[in-house]
Write a protein that binds this ligand. Structure first.
Ligand code: PLP
Length: 393
């Protein structure tokens, strides 16, 4: 952008931040599909490799399109540095690999993305990093789970699929009092609705696959934080191990960021209308949406978030049969586990995203057989109501 970058508002940064035009004067950001970069001399090559001279060497390390995406997302999250990754899972893996070692410990919310649980339990555990899972909303449980070897506190807020929310500021204080870092997976809110770094968190994780892309096209991820942690340590792991973001995907995500705020506002509006309507349906037993005054953390969400998000979950009377009937009756709404798309999606968590849990674990996580999750898209809400009503009669 220009020298005034810091002074610009969110919407301006979303459209402009990170862009450095080439000599061609292009208006839109170009896609640099090049795996390596040339040097003007052997001496320049040597200086770039030694780090004496800044500049591109190889696209596993840096790429101008990926850098534009990184700078723009960092500007939106209020972070010094951002690294793009091949997926959201690669972002979490890179963070853990860069910051943890054998003997270290993580305290994590139990209500996190299922694959993140598998990463912690099945893979990090193999390398001697252990994890204790606690209830997202139980501050006492977070405090008691911290050990001398604890390095990271990890959470998503709002949680998936029950949209529980935790106080990021309070957890950041707890983390810092115990010499730990607070890591927030900001997938559900995006920086358009919540900026964890400004609330005290140390690192923000994204699955760019979701709302940042926003149109269900590419898989990618990102980590945002300080220059020391993200710009040096997490970047150091990425350039060595290689789960970096492709330039094409970075370009798609860049275009996604440009419309992020207006899309999130529209997702929030549609989700609120749908949640209020669901509450009135006789076959709906309970609706989970932070925007409803009945939500247990409604006030926290109102204070901490600039909108209640696009995810609405609800329990149907009629158990699994009723839930599957609803899913199977959808003609418009897409039956897919993805979320954060302009197209509304519906999922039955107990038999898909949370199927790997034992029945006891599901009960503990309150993922009942009658629960469905809807990621509310940008269609006309009346059409969504008509579609859902088909399976509710
Ligand atoms: C999808 C998702 C991930 C993983 O991201 P991928 O891009 O699929 O690897 C991590 N966290 C949350 C909250 C997600 O929804």
């Amino acid at each position: 952008m220009s020298d005034h970058e810091e002074e610009y508002g969110f919407a301006t940064r979303a459209v402009r931040a990170g862009q450095k035009r080439t000599a061609e004067g292009e208006q839109s950001e170009p896609i640099f599909t090049t795996s390596s970069y040339t040097f003007s001399s052997a001496a320049e090559a040597a200086a770039r490799f030694s780090g004496e001279l800044a500049g591109n060497i190889y696209s596993r390390f840096t790429n101008p399109t990926v850098r534009t995406f990184q700078d723009r997302l960092a500007a939106l999250e209020g972070g010094e540095a951002c690294v793009g990754t091949a997926s959201g899972m690669a972002a979490i893996l890179a963070t853990c690999m860069a910051l943890l070692q054998h003997g270290d410990h993580i305290v994590s919310s139990r209500a996190i993305f299922g694959t993140t649980t598998v990463l912690f339990n099945n893979y990090l555990a193999k390398y001697g990093v252990s994890t204790t899972f606690v209830s997202l909303t139980d501050m006492q449980a977070w405090a008691s789970a911290i050990q001398p070897s604890t390095k990271l506190l990890f959470l998503e807020t709002p949680s998936n699929p029950l949209t529980e929310t935790a106080d990021i500021g309070e957890l950041a204080k707890l983390a810092h009092d115990n010499g730990c870092l607070l890591v927030v997976d900001n997938c559900f809110c995006t920086p358009a609705l919540q900026q964890p770094l400004t609330l005290g968190a140390d690192l923000v994780i994204h699955s760019a696959t979701k709302f940042l892309d926003g149109q269900g096209r590419c898989v990618g991820g990102a980590v945002i934080g300080s220059e020391d942690i993200v710009g040096k340590e997490v970047f150091g792991f990425l350039r060595t191990a290689g789960p970096t973001m492709s330039p094409f995907n970075a370009w798609v995500f860049l275009k996604g960021l440009e419309t992020l705020r207006i899309r999130m506002q529209a997702h929030c509006e549609n989700a609120m209308i749908l949640a209020q309507w669901l509450v009135q349906q006789p076959v709906v037993e309970k609706v989970y949406y932070p925007g409803l005054p009945s939500h247990p953390q409604h006030e926290l969400a109102a204070r901490q978030q600039q909108g209640y998000g696009g995810i609405v979950s609800f329990k149907l009377r009629g158990g699994k049969v009723g839930a599957w009937r609803l899913v199977d009756s959808c003609e418009l709404v897409s039956v897919t586990a993805n979320l954060g798309d302009t197209k509304t999606t519906i999922t039955h968590p107990a038999t898909t995203t949370h199927a790997r849990l034992t029945p006891e674990q599901r009960q503990e996580a309150r993922i009942s057989d009658s629960l469905v999750r809807v990621s509310v898209g940008l269609e006309d809400v009346d059409d969504l109501k008509t579609d859902l009503l088909r399976g509710m009669s």
